[in-house]
Design a protein around this ligand. Structure first.
Ligand code: PEP
Ligand code: MN
Length: 267
């Protein structure tokens, strides 16, 4: 199994009620991390009502600093399960450690491999094995300083285990300029759409690092051919443990969904 560069046809991958590839725009939204029950359920209800197709949120957080909040772990997974039961939204959540794949797989409708983990071949292999057995899709984020070729080779580690359910995610790469948190590589999105059969999604939140740029980057991603968006939403960005500066308010998220869906109609 390979990513079949140049194969043309796009695989569609279903997860919960969402479909990636095949012309739909799937919007994955939620907090950066699962922090507490009330906040998660409030955000989940809101993004479901606003038109998100999946709920995102980390129970295991890959933090740059070991002193920062690392996520609620198993308690966070239980809350994600509760949010799914309440809203019907499937769950996208990160797995950081190969030893947690079974545990996270019991809750995740889509595994997220974070940018910091893209080069962890042991994790990619373990997740690929689980996906081959259970069908759970794997969303692989491009590493912070990874080339497009390295992203595709990371995808191949997963595919090599016998699954074909991989979604690629562009989330910005490190650049010399800090006006945005990362540099969103839209050329990579357009390239990947033509060069592989895999769905491609974009995370404008981690690219922008600022809430005010999430909408324009999300629109640009749709125009470049993205099959979906990952967007962080939080009504209380000033007190959240991670990524508050880039979180959309609930009303800004409603506006984003309206505008990216309108654009997707004409793309
Ligand atoms: C996240 O999705 O919250 C996250 C940590 O993303 P990334 O791996 O792209 O930094
Ligand atoms: Mn985040």
């Amino acid at each position: 199994q390979t990513v079949r560069p140049g194969a043309g046809g796009v695989d569609t991958i279903e997860a919960g009620h969402a479909r990636f590839g095949g012309g739909d725009l799937s919007i994955v939204a939620g907090p950066c991390a699962v922090e507490d029950r009330d906040a998660l359920l409030e955000i989940a209800r809101h993004v479901a009502d606003a038109g998100a197709t999946l709920l995102r949120g980390g129970a295991y957080k890959p933090r740059t600093s070991p002193h920062a909040f690392q996520g609620l772990g198993e308690a966070g997974l239980a809350l994600l399960d509760e949010a799914r039961a309440l809203t019907g939204l499937g769950i996208v959540t990160e797995v950081l450690d190969p030893r947690d794949v079974e545990k996270v797989g019991a809750v995740a409708d889509v595994f997220q491999i974070g940018a910091r983990s893209m080069a962890n071949s042991a994790l990619l292999t373990e997740v690929g094995r689980y996906s081959a057995e259970h069908g759970t899709p794997v969303l692989v984020k491009r590493g912070i300083a990874a080339s497009v070729r390295e992203l595709l080779l990371a995808a191949e580690y997963v595919l090599n285990e016998g699954t074909n359910r991989v979604i690629l995610c562009e989330r910005g790469i490190r650049s010399f300029d800090n006006v945005t948190r990362n540099l969103l590589d839209l050329g990579a999105v357009a390239h990947l759409k033509g060069a592989t059969h895999l769905p491609v999604v974009v995370d404008p939140s981690h690219a922008a690092g600022r809430a005010d740029l999430v909408l324009p980057l999300g629109l640009a991603a749709v125009a470049a051919g993205a099959d979906g968006l990952l967007v962080e939403v939080n009504p209380r960005p000033e007190t959240t443990h991670s990524d508050g500066a880039q979180a959309l308010s609930p009303s800004a998220f409603v506006d984003l969904v309206r505008r990216v869906e309108a654009l997707a109609q004409v793309c």
